[in-house]
Design a binder for this molecule. Structure first.
Ligand SMILES: C[S@@+](CC[C@H](N)C(=O)[O-])C[C@H]1O[C@@H](n2cnc3c(N)ncnc32)[C@H](O)[C@@H]1O
Length: 190
């Protein structure tokens, strides 16, 4: 019994560390507001032969709901959830099992600041990498750095940023007002 209690305390401690340490959680985990999901899915403008990345996907609230929507609309949209926190990656993989569109969802455990997003695509599909859309709900001071990474990797892409505007893209901005603001930027050039 004592061993079990000790194991439980150790697990709890590890989980708290994973969420608190900047190495695993440089951007803290806060899920998107459920009330804004419909507006976000509209802003993502889902279509065939398109790929949606959620950079810092958390528990996958947005990506899984968007994937369900795509399935209902019979779209072949691909979804890629990138997450650094191993506990959330485990949750993402479990939730993926129960999503009706799971064949079009990929979960990637990694650091969004270090990856080549093209390489995450299934079979390096060139059509999909033509115009990807990125969903971002990250701390505002990281937005510029992420934008630069995307510009260096893609010729043409779109961004939907939850809550926080990307100041450098003010001229291209379209704001949707939900419970929180949704900032959308389409046809950005790399
Ligand atoms: C504000 S939450 C957003 C969660 C989800 N996108 C949503 O809207 O519900 C930010 C997420 O980014 C993840 N994250 C932070 N730094 C990251 C990094 N360098 N690479 C990948 N994911 C990261 C965190 O673990 C957290 O789950």
């Amino acid at each position: 019994m004592i061993i079990l209690i000790c194991l439980f305390i150790i697990c709890l401690f590890v989980i708290i560390l994973l969420f608190a340490l900047p190495t695993f959680s440089p951007i803290p985990y806060f899920p998107t507001q459920k009330k804004d999901l419909a507006l976000i899915i509209k802003a993502l403008k889902l279509q065939n032969n398109q790929v949606i990345y959620d950079l810092g996907a958390g528990d996958g609230l947005v990506i899984f709901e968007a994937a369900k929507f795509a399935k209902r609309k019979k779209l072949n949209t691909q979804f890629i959830a990138v997450e650094i926190n191993p506990i959330l990656v485990l949750i993402l993989n479990l939730k993926k099992l129960f999503n009706p569109n799971n064949k079009n969802i990929k979960i990637v455990w990694g650091d969004l600041f270090k990856m080549n997003f093209h390489k995450l695509l299934y079979g390096q599909n060139s059509i999909l990498s033509l115009h990807p859309t990125f969903y971002l709900y990250v701390s505002p001071w990281f937005l510029d750095k992420i934008l630069s990474r995307l510009q260096s990797q893609f010729k043409n892409f779109s961004i939907v940023s939850y809550m926080y505007p990307i100041k450098r893209l003010k001229k291209k901005e379209k704001i949707i007002h939900g419970k929180n603001s949704i900032h959308s930027y389409v046809n950005l050039r790399g």
